[in-house]
Design a binder for this molecule. Structure first.
Ligand code: NAD
Ligand code: DAU
Length: 339
């Protein structure tokens, strides 16, 4: 079994690469990643010498490079994590989101059609469903919830999902799609809420909370997401969408306060800043389908997952300090200067 994992040098993709190489010692895992600001080859250092692993630095938007890789590897499956993934960046500059998230997905699927494939899996997001109101805790996203996006990021992911479904219906491509809630855990890029707050708190820097901090996200430990995708690519029904979520809704402000408490830092570091444009209020996934069909349930309680995550950031300071001292610094200063 040869699986091309795109975006495997990023947060969830790298955790998935580790999960697959550990669990399936006879599988070949080929990581295709062009190493944007969010891709980090040092993350993959532990597997670089594994004979069942290959890293290829190319973009999923480069048709020639993608076809060449398919010719060389003759993959059985493709799991597409590669994407521009940060909502704030999509608000600043949507174009690259359209290129990678939409065109890149089409190029990968064209390669799958041309060379044949057992499964193309699209890693999507609960953000394609838009948001839910705070005063309706009875509402959840199901796989039937209409697509109703808010940001350029979520719109590009929704467009990709629609293309994946079109390639299934039109060309009979054997696809599956998963739509997951917010992940957290090791190797999470420190522009996202949890790792940003950990890094800033450790450096005694202000903790910038957008708006009133009332927005709700449904947090899932990254390993649980990887296990869900593993189940879907092996046992999920072709043509289907599977929601993945932890039934673990929390407000942003509560998350930041937990991080302060775990690190022994004062809540006076919390700084309320201007809200994100078009900020989604609440995400909440109903994961009944994947539970009933594939027996998946989240295994990591948030109280344990956040402790593990903070421990990882404490023990791997070099990983994130290198990031925040580089080009990222310019982004951070620009994003937060006027808030
Ligand atoms: P990330 O930003 O940490 O990593 C993205 C990776 O994709 C990086 O390694 C980057 O170099 C690579 N990449 C970007 N453009 C590429 C291109 N054109 N060609 C090849 N590689 C490219 O993202 P993440 O948080 O790990 O998210 C992975 C996937 O999961 C994305 O598709 C995202 O939409 C989805 N998702 C993320 C979350 C979350 O909470 N992080 C939740 C649900 C779904
Ligand atoms: O729901 C899945 C999505 O989760 C994925 O599709 C995205 O790729 C991923 O980035 C994530 O999107 P969010 O926008 O929810 O994540 P982010 O970490 O950027 O923000 C989480 C919440 O925290 C959100 O309400 C905005 C808020 N926030 C974020 C940052 C970076 C702050 O209050 N302050 C901040 O500095």
């Amino acid at each position: 079994m040869t699986i091309i994992v795109t975006g495997g040098a990023g947060f969830i993709g790298s955790n998935f690469v580790f999960h697959m190489l550990n669990k399936y010692p006879d599988y070949r895992i080929v990581c295709l990643d062009c190493l944007t600001y969010a891709g980090n080859l040092s993350t993959l250092a532990p597997v670089m010498d594994n004979p069942n692993f290959r890293f290829v630095k190319e973009s999923i938007t480069d048709r020639e490079a993608v076809y060449k890789l398919f010719e060389e590897e003759k993959p059985d499956m493709v799991v597409n994590f590669a994407a521009e993934s940060h909502v704030d960046r999509s608000i600043e500059n949507p174009e690259v989101f359209l290129d990678t998230n939409i065109k890149g997905t089409a190029v990968l699927m064209d390669a799958c059609r041309k060379y044949g494939i057992k499964r193309y899996h699209q890693v999507s997001t609960d953000e394609v469903y838009g948001d839910l109101p705070l005063d309706r805790p009875d509402l959840f996203f199901t796989e039937e919830t209409p697509i109703h996006t808010s940001s350029p990021y979520s719109s590009s992911k929704a467009a990709a999902d629609l293309l994946v479904q079109a390639y299934h219906r039109t060309y009979g491509l054997p696809v599956t799609i998963s739509r997951c809630s917010n992940n957290y855990g090791p190797y999470h890029f420190p522009e996202k809420l949890i790792p940003l707050m950990i890094a800033n708190a450790l450096n005694d820097k202000p903790l910038p909370v957008y708006g009133k901090g009332e927005n709700v996200r449904d947090w899932l430990y990254v390993e649980d997401h990887c296990k869900a995708i593993d189940l879907i690519i092996h046992n999920g029904r072709v043509g289907e969408v599977y929601n993945i979520g932890g039934h673990n809704e929390m407000t942003n402000i509560d998350i930041v306060k937990i991080i302060c408490k775990e690190l022994g830092k004062p809540e006076s570091l919390i700084t309320y800043v201007a809200d994100r444009k078009g900020h989604d209020m609440r995400y909440a996934i109903d994961p009944t389908k994947i539970h009933n069909e594939l027996g998946w349930l989240p295994e990591t309680k948030f109280a344990d997952g956040i402790k593990k995550t903070i421990k990882w950031y404490l023990e791997n300071k070099e990983w994130w300090e290198t990031i925040i001292s580089g080009e990222y610094q310019n982004y951070y200063e620009k994003m937060y200067a006027n808030r």
